[in-house]
Design a protein around this ligand. Structure first.
Ligand SMILES: [Zn+2]
Length: 281
């Protein structure tokens, strides 16, 4: 059995020597941003045998008729050079270099609201425990095996004014928590729209995140909406882009009404504004 495996492996290594490997110029992505890599040279999605980023398998999809891959770079991904390797069924190989650049992460002190116990040690540890169980509930959500969307992603509000950006570090007591989403100005009751077509995977009230909706867009891409005053959708429901899924509020760990929105790619939270800009072309 062993020699068969080695023979199969050597095929991949020998082929590039024959001139079938295309190495594309590297491009730069900031820590915490997403990359949308498109391969116009590949005729169709079904020509692709396998895609890996940093050795991990990725799912390719068709966006505007072009085979594409969305990669989420973690806020703490070590800066440096990485490769996205696309193997085609005809044994050709495309290597796209991706350079991860360090993001400046400002720090800010943030207390615990009185409604969650204020700034006491016991309120801090209760807060951290709730956060861990809520994050565990979010981490185990399943995703569709194909993309549910085809249109570019759109903002979740009619008037999208950012009040708190993605990526800064909040110091709460002795804990450091990265802000892994974007906060938008949104008075209580402001309609929140689905950013693209997708399936609702979570619609419930959390102690810290408040009333929360997670929309799965397939292949590990999810949009999350927190601190809502009202949830208009149910788990399993297919939502269309622009559909009102809920109303903004200040439920959970929020001092004032606003919309917290996060984007996750295979569990990695990315900067929602940078993510939206990928589709603005
Ligand atoms: Zn937030």
């Amino acid at each position: 059995m062993k020699w068969v495996f080695i023979a199969a492996l050597s095929l991949w290594y020998v082929r590039p020597v024959l001139g079938l490997e295309n190495i594309l110029t590297a491009y730069t992505v900031l820590q915490g941003n997403a990359a949308l890599v498109q391969f116009p040279a590949i005729k169709q999605l079904s020509d692709i045998a396998q895609v890996t980023f940093n050795g991990k398998p990725m799912s390719a999809f068709s966006y505007r008729g072009v085979p594409s891959v969305l990669i989420g770079i973690d806020l703490n991904q070590k800066p440096g050079a990485y490769v996205l390797v696309t193997k085609l069924k005809n044994k050709e190989q495309i290597t796209q270099g991706i350079t991860v650049q360090e993001r400046v992460k400002p720090q800010e002190t943030l207390g615990i609201p009185q409604k969650l116990g204020g700034n006491t040690r016991s309120a801090q540890s209760a807060f951290i425990n709730s956060l861990a169980s809520e994050n565990a509930a979010l981490a185990k959500l399943r995703t569709g095996a194909k993309t549910f969307w085809s249109a570019p992603f759109a903002y979740p509000l009619a008037n999208a004014t950012v009040t708190d950006p993605f990526g800064y570090i909040r110091q709460t007591g002795s804990y450091q928590i990265a802000h892994k989403g974007t906060d938008f100005r949104a008075p209580e009751g402001t309609p929140v729209f689905a950013m693209n077509r997708g399936v609702v995977r979570l619609a419930r009230n959390f102690r810290v995140y408040g009333k929360t909706i997670v929309v799965d867009h397939g292949l590990g891409v999810m949009t999350l909406f927190m601190h809502l005053s009202k949830i208009n959708v149910n788990v399993g429901e297919l939502v269309e882009q622009g559909q009102i899924i809920g109303l903004a509020g200040e439920s959970g760990y929020a001092e004032a009404p606003h919309l917290h929105m996060s984007v996750r790619i295979n569990g990695v939270s990315v900067d929602p504004i940078a993510f939206l800009k990928l589709f603005a072309k």
